[in-house]
Write a protein that binds this ligand. Structure first.
Ligand code: ACM
Length: 556
């Protein structure tokens, strides 16, 4: 069967070159698309879905049919017929067929549009969702809106698509600590991720400037830690606007977002950043701090706090375990991110509990690694073991590589690519999020004065659309090490991003370029094709969905 279809494709290949057809603007570009001549007109929407498909797939197909019917003005019917395969092979009914094909990997799908029918194959929910996203991009752009557009060209180009992603982990981070964004903003962020087939939402929920997740056992984390008295103005940390800022997600809201993300094929990776970046927790429970460190205040400024958790005390470790137990219950995904970045260890050098713990564990300093850095290794390993008992794996920022890191941890490389290259070489799984390419709080243009005020001071550090598009995550890696790259993520840190409008401007269209880094083999990438498709099609999708974005013509 497979050999037959390859033979058919080979026979078709010369014909494809003999006439010119417009390849639809599908982003991220599918792995394989073969165009044929002509289009399939959609006269009515007759959708036939295989009863073997999962219920979420069937629901997604139904929603697709409803929207298509609404905007095209064509009547729709959805059926789950018996004996579907026979019907398709006879090819005597025009319509759309959604079939389960267990031979495909979970994220893979295929679409075949011929003169009579559309046949979509997938083996799992994500595959079905990706096929639907691709179909939407092949249809008139009005399919993204809600207004009726009966005069649009409701047809599909005849083609065959076989598609699956390059990387299994295709992430986007949102920092909700530095500025709090409500559930509706988060859902809209997830919506656009789903359009471009991203599948991991890294939710940065805690930091010095605000604790954002309700923890039942420690109510002060949100009563106290979720609010700060003001926010520094510009870059002067000695100033404050005096405006109380904050908010948090109740556990019911977290569950709602988890479920919503799952319906979009997105798994949430929650982050509880520890043992640094914990000022909001320390302001709530000062007894978690080091000797002589108090008083504590939820930070009103950006930067690295020297006030960190006292990890020499057993009570602090139990606090972390309690918090992570509730987090593990709320988030069904395998990974929990435990931060580990930017933890100054100065307080540990003089704190009696930390020093006693160092002694008890027999940790010593050498030329490369201090005893205090080894104390952080102990924290990481202990949390890793604790979460393993709950079936969870940890991810940490690349600082967790300093000293010794236990097997099974995944490293997120943020200080450029070197941490990721080193970790992958050592056999750890890695997610690449280098600030040099993937920090979406950085300016989109080197012309800083023409961009919103933000974190970037050096024009050379701008992350332009082109820069993210051209990022190649395997650069600098041996083949063996490259096998440890799980994927790529971009990070939206929120220090200077206080509004939804600004957030979307920083996200788009860079996230669309990111999607090709995450999904496409390098041979499928082409910046010229990407940019012209973005201008003619992609930006109209954003307009119809109501997103703010940076126009690429404004310098890159
Ligand atoms: C980070 O940007 N501190 C991970």
């Amino acid at each position: 069967m497979r050999r037959l279809s390859i033979l058919l494709l080979l026979c078709l290949a010369p014909c494809v070159q003999a006439f010119s057809v417009t390849v639809p603007d599908i982003v991220p570009a599918p792995r394989e698309i073969t165009m044929a001549r002509g289009r399939l007109r959609i006269k009515g929407i007759n959708i036939n879905a295989d009863t073997a498909l999962d219920t979420m797939s069937l629901k997604a197909v139904r929603q697709f049919a409803d929207r298509l019917s609404l905007v095209s003005g064509k009547t729709s019917s959805v059926a789950t017929p018996i004996g579907l395969a026979r019907t398709v092979s006879k090819g005597d009914i025009s319509g759309m067929y959604f079939l389960k094909d267990a031979s495909l990997s979970p994220a893979a799908y295929s679409i075949a549009v011929n003169g009579r029918a559309v046949v979509v194959r997938s083996s799992s929910y994500n595959g079905t969702l990706y096929a639907l996203q691709t179909l939407r991009q092949m249809l008139p752009v009005q399919v993204y809106g809600t207004a009726q557009a009966p005069d649009a060209d409701w047809s599909l180009p005849r083609c065959t698509i076989n598609d699956e992603p390059r990387f299994a982990y295709r992430g986007m981070l949102l920092d909700c600590s530095r500025h709090f964004f409500g559930v509706d903003v988060v859902k809209k962020y997830l919506d656009i991720m789903a359009v471009y087939k991203l599948n991991r939402f890294h939710w940065h929920l805690t930091d010095d400037q605000g604790w954002r997740i309700e923890i039942r056992k420690y109510p002060r984390l949100t009563e106290v830690g979720a609010f700060r008295s003001g926010t520094m103005i510009g870059r002067d940390r000695n100033t404050s606007d005096g405006i109380r800022h904050g908010g948090y997600y109740t556990q019911a809201q977290i569950r709602e977002v988890v479920e919503y993300a799952a319906s979009l094929g997105i798994t949430i990776v929650p982050e509880i950043d520890l043992p640094g970046h914990m000022l909001a927790a320390l302001a709530s429970y000062p007894e978690l701090g080091c000797a002589g460190s108090a008083p504590y205040q939820v930070a009103t400024w950006w930067g690295i706090s020297k006030q960190v958790l006292n990890v020499g005390r057993e009570e602090t470790m139990l606090f972390l375990e309690d918090v992570l137990s509730e987090v593990a219950e709320l988030f069904p995904g395998t990974y929990i991110h435990i931060g580990g970045d930017e933890c100054p260890r100065d307080e540990w050098k003089t704190d009696p509990d930390c020093q006693a713990k160092i002694k008890e564990l027999g940790l010593v300093s050498d030329a490369e690694v201090s005893a205090e850095a080894r104390l952080q290794n102990y924290v990481t390993a202990r949390i890793q073991n604790f979460l393993a008992l709950k079936g969870k794996k940890i991810i940490g920022w690349d600082e967790i590589l300093e000293g010794e890191l236990a097997e099974g941890a995944t490293v997120m490389s943020w200080r450029g690519t070197k941490g990721g290259i080193k970790a992958a070489g050592m056999g750890y799984d890695v997610i690449m999020t280098p600030n040099t390419y993937c920090y979406f709080d950085y300016s989109q243009s080197p012309e800083l004065d023409k961009e919103p005020f933000g974190i970037t001071r050096d024009p050379k550090r701008a992350v332009t659309l082109r820069k993210i598009y051209d990022y190649e995550p395997y650069d600098g890696l041996s083949e063996e090490a490259a096998a440890h790259i799980l994927g790529v993520q971009a990070n939206m840190w929120g220090e200077y991003i206080a509004t939804q409008e600004h957030l979307e401007y920083m996200l788009l269209p860079r996230m669309i370029a990111l999607s090709e880094v995450q999904w496409c083999e390098p041979s499928r990438k082409d910046y010229g094709r990407f940019l012209s498709g973005l201008e003619s099609h992609g930006l109209r999708i954003l307009d119809l969905l109501g997103y703010n974005y940076r126009k690429p013509s404004q310098n890159l």
